[in-house]
Design a protein around this ligand. Structure first.
Ligand code: PMP
Length: 479
């Protein structure tokens, strides 16, 4: 086994040098090769006898997975302690593992299955399409129709380009903003998660100076300014007179704790961008079609120059999209622009028909059925009642969220405005509740941060069951 010498955090802080205000540039990455997140870490994971009793096949599969998939998974968020359960099927609000154990799923495919799993309308549309082929690599009618539908529902999306993931779409949005403005600097927020693209892959969680991955070069990050969320004065202080290509912001910090922008924050960013010539980019990978058909921009009444979409617009199949003002988007038009005035975007899976079929059927259902009425109401119930439970207990916690999204933070603060407060106590409590819920057939993710999305398939009874279990957990703590 490789040994982990010293604390990675302190090693990093020792090797960091401050660059421009708001961003630290790493000098040494050595501890990343020390295996601190490698297989040996897995062997030290906690046990969970209740879970292990019913998931023997998952344990066997995970033992095999460890030999072929780093950490045994394809995304670290999917790793559960002591090992993940393997999903065999998913319908409605439930996922079912290899043993037939059912879990009520509040993870909803990284928050993208807003209708629930295998929704009949989406499935029928996919089945019809499968008979005709699934990725042509040539243009087809649906990419026009899907773009028209999104444009109709999200007025700032004058033109659209489809890609394969939110990460990819963010990468292209930044490239497009840089092409259009001929500037290099970009702004992103503490706690903002935009996927794995190098220039945005920093300051995801505290301590913000610590990079979340190796391989992020000085070059990739030197033009990134890290800004404080919900703190307009702080943002203005850091940006000063600097000329930014764009400011990338989530209308709700999603992976960063389901923390909505406060009143005036997005409006202030809009004004700041207008004053300085920077483009305002909303990363609506989570909020798009989640906070209603118009997404975060309609909810908060602020119009961005560019929007990044993902998840729901592909019905839970892999997707991303860049959308926005025509004059900006046209820089992706190779028939109009060339050289450094042109911005490349594209790829093998871009606008693949299977994803767009699922996306179209999903958005049509969101438009035609009272989906938001139901999921937002259930979300409100969950947030209010969970907060009441914690308020009556000795556990200090705040329930954040908006509409059908919520998260639980273990903190003594009365208000959660950013994720600076995530500490060891928060992680410890989150993991304990996560495990308790998992053992009672409920899955939320990720274990260290209790995040949840409600889908159209969730029932009031399921929300009640979740709330009762949390209450039971909290009461047991007091004994
Ligand atoms: N932006 C936001 C706001 C996200 O939450 C995510 C993923 N959860 C991404 C971008 C990255 O999307 P993907 O995982 O499809 O690359």
């Amino acid at each position: 086994m490789k040994s982990v010498a010293g604390s990675p955090d302190s090693a990093h802080l020792r090797g960091a040098t401050p660059s421009c205000k708001g961003i630290w540039i790493p000098v040494f990455h050595k501890w990343y090769q020390s295996g601190s997140e490698g297989i040996e870490a897995v062997s030290q994971q906690m046990t969970n006898p209740t879970f292990e009793q019913t998931t023997a096949r998952s344990r066997e599969l995970y033992a095999r997975a460890l030999h072929v998939l780093p950490a045994g998974v394809s995304y670290k968020n999917r790793f559960l302690e002591p090992y993940p359960f393997y999903v065999e099927s998913a319908h409605g609000s439930k996922v079912v593992d290899l043993e037939g154990n059912q879990y009520t799923d509040y993870w909803c495919t990284h928050l993208s299955m807003i209708l629930g799993h295998s929704h009949p309308k989406v499935r029928k549309a996919l089945e019809r399409q499968l008979k005709k082929g699934w990725n042509f690599g040539l243009v087809h009618e649906l990419e026009v129709r899907h773009a028209e539908l999104i444009k109709h529902l999200v007025p700032s999306a004058e033109m659209i380009r489809f890609s394969n993931s939110g990460t990819e779409a963010n990468m292209y949005a930044v490239r497009l903003a840089r092409t259009f403005t001929k500037r290099s600097l970009i702004g992103k927020f503490q706690g903002g998660w935009h996927g794995g693209y190098d220039a945005l892959h920093c300051a995801i969680k505290p301590p913000f100076e610590l990079l979340p991955s190796g391989g992020l070069t000085r070059g990739a990050l030197k033009d990134t300014l890290v800004l404080p969320y919900n703190d307009l004065r702080g943002v203005r202080r850091i940006i000063g007179k600097k000329k930014l290509a764009c400011v990338v912001v989530e209308p709700v910090l999603a992976a960063g704790g389901m923390i909505p922008a406060e009143r005036g924050f997005l409006e202030g960013l809009r004004e700041l961008c207008d004053e300085t010539g920077a483009l305002l980019v909303f990363d609506e990978v989570i909020t798009g079609f989640r906070l209603g058909l118009g997404g975060g921009q309609a909810h908060f009444h602020v119009q961005p120059d560019l929007t990044v979409f993902g998840k729901i617009i592909g019905g839970g199949l892999p997707i991303g999209a860049i959308a926005g003002r025509q004059d900006i988007m046209e820089r992706m038009d190779h028939t109009k622009y060339s050289g450094d005035k042109y911005c490349f975007q594209g790829g093998t899976g871009a606008a693949n028909i299977l994803t767009l079929v699922a996306g179209e059927a999903t958005i049509q259902t969101l438009r035609d059925e009272p989906v938001y009425d139901k999921i937002d109401r259930l979300g409100e119930t969950a947030r209010t009642r969970l907060q009441e439970i914690f308020d009556r207990s000795s556990i200090s916690a705040r329930v954040t969220g908006i509409d059908s999204l919520f998260a639980i933070h273990f903190t003594k603060k009365k208000q959660v405005r950013d994720i600076k407060q995530f500490g060891e106590e928060h992680k410890r409590q989150s993991k304990r509740i996560f495990t308790f819920l998992l053992n009672n057939g409920i899955v939320m993710l990720v274990p260290e941060h209790l995040h949840a999305a409600i889908s159209y398939s969730h029932s009031e009874d399921e929300i009640d069951a979740l709330i009762s279990l949390v209450e039971e957990y909290v009461k047991a703590q007091a004994l």
